[in-house]
Design a protein around this ligand. Structure first.
Ligand code: AMP
Length: 293
């Protein structure tokens, strides 16, 4: 396995791989967990060469966000990558990606990027789109792997790839969870013991929402209100948003029919966590018929 830190070297490596050989990219901010490893394993199964990028992208963090304290653990990420049969870990420095006079950004317009995470984290998706376009241009992956945990990110990436006519195919994998349902996340490492326990309230709320819908509740306002009541019972939790939205447009739905996404962002102490659940209303086996993008 190679560790590459320079863009020019990464490009040289890529140039030597010719079709029909394929390249898969797993873009990450490092501090690997099982969610990252599942993406890497899928890429390993599907592609001839697997590149994992590790870069904590400052421009997707807002003021007061956790950029400085975001967990960084490159040596362990390298070890894990090696174990999983990754071909290249691409870990550029900040200066390599954004030199002093850097000034080009990808602005994602439209309602997809202004709702949910876009509304709460101003400029977040501009940062995400910019770094991903840079990575796609440097690595030219045939396939790129993303987690459903960041559902809105996936929709936006797909739109950007489509609208900017890029050639990479976006592959999306389901959210990996801890035994108690908490979605695994690099940010879970911020949680102390009590907060970790309190954090299960996100999954609990999603699970209960599914149950209410299964039992026949079709009013999204009632679902959101009951979810908020449940979350508020946890003293450490502070709700940012809870929403029942259309799977493709992320607009709030008036009525729960067919496929919907339930998304939420909740602060547990100082740690902001997100989660979501995709479901199909009106199916008798809601759990089994969960939709995947
Ligand atoms: P990050 O390092 O947090 O930027 O995440 C890198 C990739 O891993 C993104 O595509 C995330 O959606 C994905 N990811 C993060 N957490 C999970 C999870 N619990 N299950 C599946 N994928 C995840």
């Amino acid at each position: 396995m190679r560790l590459i830190k320079e863009i020019s070297q990464m490009k040289d490596y890529r140039k030597k791989i010719k079709a029909p050989q394929t390249v898969g990219l797993v873009p990450t901010m490092g501090a690997f967990h099982e969610g990252h490893l599942c993406l890497i394993r899928k890429a390993r199964q599907q592609c001839d060469k697997v590149v994992v990028s590790v870069f904590v992208n400052p421009i997707q963090f807002g003021k007061g966000d956790d950029y400085q304290r975001y967990p960084r653990n490159l040596s362990e990420d390298i070890e894990l990558s090696e174990k999983e049969g990754v071909d290249v870990v691409f870990a550029p420095s900040l200066e390599e990606m954004y030199p002093q006079d850097y000034s080009t950004f990808v602005q994602v317009g439209g309602p997809l990027s202004s709702t949910l995470e876009g509304a709460s984290r101003y400029g977040h998706f501009k940062g995400v789109a910019t770094v991903l376009i840079k990575l796609f241009n440097i690595i030219k992956p045939d396939f790129s792997y993303f987690g459903e945990k960041d559902y809105q990110q996936v929709l936006i990436v797909k739109k950007v790839v489509d609208e900017l006519n890029l050639d990479t195919q976006i592959i999306v994998l389901p959210t990996i969870r801890e035994k108690d349902g908490l979605a695994v996340s690099s940010r879970n490492s911020y949680l102390n013991k009590e907060e970790r326990k309190a954090a299960t309230v996100l999954y609990e709320a999603l699970k209960r929402a599914k149950l209410w819908i299964k039992e026949g509740e079709r009013n999204p306002f009632s679902i959101v209100s009951k979810m908020k009541d449940l979350i508020r019972k946890e003293p450490m939790a502070k709700i940012d948003y809870v929403a029942v939205v259309n799977l493709e447009t992320l607009e709030k739905v008036e009525d729960i029919r067919g496929e919907v996404l339930i998304a939420l962002a909740v602060k547990i102490g100082k740690t902001r966590l997100i989660d979501n659940s995709l479901l199909v209303a009106g199916c008798s086996y809601l759990q089994k018929k969960e939709k995947r993008i």
